[in-house]
Design a protein around this ligand. Sequence first.
Ligand code: SF4
Ligand code: SF4
Length: 444
Amino acid sequence: MAVHTFTRGLKLPTRKHATEGKPVELVPAQKQVVIPVNQHFGAPNKPIVNIGDHVARGQKIADAASPGLMTVPVHASISGIVKKIEPHLQSNNTEGLCITIEADGNTSEESLLPLDPYTCSKEEALARIREAGILGLGGAGFPSHVKLSPPPGKQIDLIIADGAECEPYLTTDEASIVENPNLLVKGLEIIMKITGVKHAIIGMEDNKKDLIPIIEQAIRLEEIKSDISIGLCKTRYPQGGEKMLITALTGREVPSGGLPMDAGCIVQNVGTLIAIAEAFTLDKPLIDRTLTVSGGACKTPKNIRAPIGTLLKDLPPAFMDIDYSKLAKIVFGGPMMGNAVPSLDVPIQKNTSGIILMTKEETAADEEGPCIRCGRCIRNCAAKLSPVIMNNSLDADDLDYAVKAGLLDCMECGSCAYVCPAKIKLVQRFRVGKQRLRMRQTAK
Ligand code: SF4
Ligand code: SF4
């Protein structure tokens, strides 16, 4: 099988050995969950329950504040009593409105109404995906039903299942494929039916060759007739970025400022596809999250599945045993694109792909120095941007020039900061720059 790739990017130490090949262990419901009301990219939700209400696992507890396409509801992940509706620290390091549910010992559950994805209309299927609270589990939190509804005139001829888990440490996607290959191919078949796209590729890095027979067997067992193939890519960072994966597998380029649909593609993370299959075959909304717990300060590295809203501090030691003498940094997601959080009082969210407990040696905690104009950040940017120019523009408070240099095309992969000898915190600056842009646009 040919192995594809993209230009630039980095060869990183993968650091996946501690959890590679390990099964997914189920975390039982704890005494409480703290569920952020807004976990998606788009317009805000508002709570639809009140303090004191009893809720069942799977019951909708927050939904769009005003009707609109870019919204995704939120569901209770345990059965219990609503105790608080107030701001709480979230994994993106901001305080956001959260609903605290205290377990009541019951196991009452609420399912979605049954819906056959093969006989229902496209509109009904998209409404189901939204109603199930499904968003991109790869990290960005983009509503999945929106991704599956390209505007009229956009010709889509390929769906890509993104299984290129390029972030160091993370083995969430790998473990999900091993546990649920049938749901993966079912999810893919369902979205091919919804979109009418005839061809799909499951893209993975070439260090995951052992998953190929597992997926091929699932295609056989599920009697999938749709045209689904597997595409291998070089193990190279950030291979899992949508634009990189499209280029590697098809040779197409997503234009600057464009989306995968501008290259005729829809890209969905493998975990998202599994969630879509669960929404149709099990009538289950997105209420649990598979993630990797790892890092040098973790005594129990493993892949786990926990109710969304479980606080890190409530995870039993069997699932996350911390060596506090070594702990230097707690990261939500992977070390390249994830967010460091200041405490364990933070909930697991829909887009939490991992918790990495890092030691001092694992973190690049060096002091920033001045830019020495070496150009390494430019040579290693897979999006072919000029990080140094973007950074200088932001320093000079020239947001427009930073945009011209590519700020909005930056996927925050962290490669530039990783190679920068001056240890300049480029990605953090770009995130703040984008936030300033958003604030400027809202103020207009
Ligand atoms: S500028 Fe953005 S896309 Fe390019 S390497 Fe840096 S973080 Fe990645
Ligand atoms: S890699 Fe760092 S030091 Fe080199 S040009 Fe880019 S910002 Fe400057």
